[in-house]
Ligand binder design. Structure first.
Ligand code: ZN
Length: 113
């Protein structure tokens, strides 16, 4: 399951960061997850509950920032919201755009204690 490997890598990151800070536990973790990152939210939540107990993240408060998709048209330069990859430009219908945001999948911040 894709989401489980995501959660496991988040736990790894948290463990490494906490060790570096000589912290014993993580109080809060903030994640950036783009709406176009291909992450199923329910599956991620399920994987989280399965994998996190007993780890350094067991008691951590989880904050998720969901980043909406934004793209810039390579033809006319307008920027617009995208619901999925390769949405055409609403201004000129060009399929060529540069994704500005929406594929984030990262640990934004960790609070340790
Ligand atoms: Zn355009």
């Amino acid at each position: 399951m894709h989401e489980l490997s995501i959660v496991l890598s988040i736990i790894d990151i948290a463990r490494n960061q906490a060790r570096r800070a000589e912290a014993e536990r993580v109080e809060r973790i903030e994640l950036d997850i783009g709406l176009l990152a291909g992450v199923e939210w329910d599956a991620l939540d399920f994987a989280w509950k399965a994998a996190v107990p007993g780890t350094i993240l067991a008691d951590a408060e989880r904050l998720v920032h969901r980043i909406p998709g934004r793209a810039k048209c390579l033809e006319c330069g307008s920027t617009f919201d995208v619901q999925q990859l390769y949405d055409p430009c609403p201004n000129c219908s060009s399929p060529f755009n540069e994704l500005l945001s929406g594929k984030e999948l990262r640990v934004k911040a960790l609070t340790v204690c």
